[in-house]
Design a protein around this ligand. Structure first.
Ligand code: SF4
Length: 411
């Protein structure tokens, strides 16, 4: 799919680092299993939604409200759309993404896409003024630089709703989200009706998060920021490192990124290194035990950049060691260990017969879908996950600290 140089999906980056769009020119997206799966699920959602909304295309309803399809109808359309995408992937995605098609799991797709359609349709009483997968141009005067595809938008009672379907595991918040605000600017221009209020949502992991609400007029400030950044970026822009570097395709070539990461490693971290060159774990533990919450937050923020830098260094060193024979003293190039894999599944099945198969219990989610909630009631539970500190914007209900729990019990 063709992308704008200043795409809404990377607005958070080029609003911060106006040099990044130029730096990314000519650097292709490298599809991963996760990104390709996202492309597949978006294609399924678009096909199913378009088919479900097709019935409202003519004006036969007159003044009546376009009613909502049942969840079963939605699930049936999602299944059908998944089969269509699976059978003719090249009609929906690039050859490189299509190479991952076998990794897409119909159950996971249904679990993500069905609630997405149910929840987004539920935002409206009438489904005639909604649009899935629509190309928008947020700043008409800069339409060649900035355009993108909104997963879902619609208007009702002067309220514009914009929903972004996220399929990655990295949690995304709709709050003040530059991508969604940019989509909203574009979506507003698609309707003749007046928009007073804009509500932004993210649908991720089967849940609708939001809305984050803003007066339509207040988006003007965002439009001005976009316009300024694009004009600056067109003439080279200014480098600015930060959390936004995380997904930048220019990381491996960016001097600013390398310099910043090295500065942090050198100046900010007082890493206790012992004589043999390894880190003194006990002393580091004591350092962290004595830090305040603010200091630990600072370590996490800075560590994110170092972590990214080490990942990129690994990527570049591996490529150069293989392609150019680069010697990296103390390190060697090896192949990762993989499990044995069948050369041809159908030949194996034929040769080994039924004995080669094992029956396996389906997952609780699959069982609920197949047998219903009543039949499976009391058979499953959600195990408690391991404790971890995550950013405030991340998904998950805050856990009451053990210290406070004891205090409450005593009270
Ligand atoms: S890596 Fe960071 S600083 Fe460098 S171009 Fe990308 S966003 Fe800008």
């Amino acid at each position: 799919m063709e992308h704008a140089k200043f795409s809404p999906s990377s607005a958070h980056r080029w609003l911060n680092c106006t040099a990044s769009p130029m730096m990314e020119v000519g650097k292709p997206d490298s599809p991963t299993k996760a990104s390709a799966t996202g492309t597949i699920y978006h294609a399924v959602a678009e096909l199913a939604m378009t088919k479900l909304l097709d019935v409202y295309e003519d004006d036969s309803l007159g003044d009546k409200t376009a009613s909502h399809p049942s969840e079963n109808t939605i699930a049936r359309e999602v299944d059908a759309a998944f089969s269509r995408v699976l059978n003719t992937p090249l009609s929906f995605m690039s050859k490189r993404d299509a190479a991952f098609i076998d990794d897409a799991d119909v159950e996971v797709c249904v679990e993500a896409v069905v609630p997405y359609i149910v929840d987004t349709f539920d935002l409206f009483d009438d489904l005639r003024n909604v649009r899935p997968e629509a190309r928008v141009y947020p700043l008409p005067a800069l339409e060649n630089d900035l355009y993108g595809t909104v997963d879902f938008h619609g208007i009702e009672n002067s309220v514009l709703h914009v929903v972004d379907l996220k399929t990655g595991r990295y949690p995304v918040s709709p709050n003040d989200n530059p991508q969604l605000k940019t989509y909203a600017l574009g979506a507003m221009q698609e309707y003749d009706a007046k928009v007073n209020e804009v509500r932004l949502y993210v649908h991720q992991g089967g849940e609708l998060v939001g809305p984050w609400t803003i007066e339509a007029g207040d988006l003007l400030e965002h439009a001005t920021a976009l316009s300024r950044a694009i004009k600056k970026g067109r003439t080279g822009g200014e480098f600015k490192t930060g959390e936004h570097c995380r997904w930048c395709k220019a990381k491996t070539d960016c001097g600013a990124y390398a310099d910043r990461a090295l500065d942090i490693a050198r100046d900010e971290f007082d890493v206790p290194v012992v004589a043999d060159g390894t880190v003194d774990g006990a002393s580091m533990m004591t350092t962290f035990e004595n830090m305040t919450g603010d200091d630990l937050a600072m370590v996490f923020e800075r560590y994110a950049l170092i972590e990214q830098m080490v990942k990129v260094a690994h990527e570049v060193a591996t490529r150069r060691a293989y392609d150019d024979g680069l010697d990296v003293p103390g390190f060697k190039l090896v192949r990762g260990v993989k499990h044995k894999a069948w050369l041809d599944v159908s030949v194996t099945a034929k040769k080994l017969g039924d004995g080669a198969y094992k029956s396996q219990l389906i997952t609780p989610a699959q069982a609920i879908k197949k047998f219903g909630s009543e039949a499976t009631d009391g058979l499953w539970h959600v195990p408690e996950g391991d404790l971890k500190i995550v950013p405030e914007s991340a998904k998950g209900k805050p856990v009451t600290p053990a210290a406070l729990g004891e205090f409450n019990d005593d009270a």
